[in-house]
Ligand binder design. Structure first.
Ligand code: TYD
Length: 216
């Protein structure tokens, strides 16, 4: 089966954990799965990730938009497209909607320019299903600080996470707008009060239904 599933949401929404749990569950049913992430997911992408997230770097807004898109273009060519051509299920922890929400709504206040740039970067490779793990920014960032206390950066937050609360609120509202624009591929789960296992169960129900997976 060929499918392209993306997990999206504000920082600390638990995407990475859920992406891993989903991949494991699909593999248990013998589906070939590629689990990957952005920024990163390729050797070049990991270098771009370093530049993008280093709190010591001062990036112009368009530099940030274009480096995210460059990372994505590399990732699509090197990882995502080949896997889909081999009829695999690709699970990607953040993709084009992260740029629309963070750089589009969060930085520029409008997603149109970011969308145009990203359309060039992805060459028509849009997700089949996008699971939006919603969380209030206050709750998400707190989870993040608690989880990453061992990191080297001050307070454990990267360059983008360190932005003020109003930025993160625009990102979250941006995701809600995207859900309205792309209704047919979006599914939202409010994770604010839920345990990891409960969220995983909800993600699984959505995936089974949307991909029409037979579980028995
Ligand atoms: P992520 O890998 O989810 O962070 P972590 O592993 O620390 O949980 O993402 C790193 C940051 O990059 C996050 O704050 C969101 C941001 N980001 C964008 O702003 N635009 C994008 O297009 C992508 C992919 C990520």
């Amino acid at each position: 089966m060929r499918a392209f599933i993306t997990l999206e949401g504000p920082d600390g929404s638990g995407k990475s954990t859920q992406a891993a749990l989903l991949a494991e569950r699909l593999r248990q049913l013998d589906f070939p799965v590629v689990l990957t992430r952005e920024p990163g997911g390729t050797a070049v992408g990991d270098q771009l990730r370093e530049i993008l997230l280093d709190p010591d770097n001062q990036l112009a807004v368009m530099t940030e938009v274009l480096l995210m898109a460059a990372d994505r273009a590399q990732h699509v060519e090197e990882v995502i497209k080949p896997a889909l051509e081999n009829n695999m299920i690709v699970i990607c922890d953040r993709y084009v909607d992260s740029s629309l929400a963070y750089q589009g709504f969060g930085l520029l206040g409008d997603p149109r320019q970011v969308k145009a740039i990203n359309e060039v970067a992805i060459g028509g490779v849009w997700p089949t299903l996008t699971v939006l793990l919603d969380v209030q920014p206050e709750v998400g960032l707190r989870r993040h600080v608690l989880r990453s206390s061992s990191r080297t950066e001050d307070n454990g937050l990267d360059r983008i996470e360190q932005r003020d609360l109003s930025f993160h609120q625009r990102v979250r509202e941006g995701y809600h707008e995207l859900q309205k624009i792309y209704q047919e591929r979006f599914a939202l789960i409010d994770t604010t009060l839920l345990e990891i296992e409960t969220v995983a169960e909800k993600v699984w129900e959505i995936v089974v239904q949307r991909l029409e997976i037979k579980t028995r």
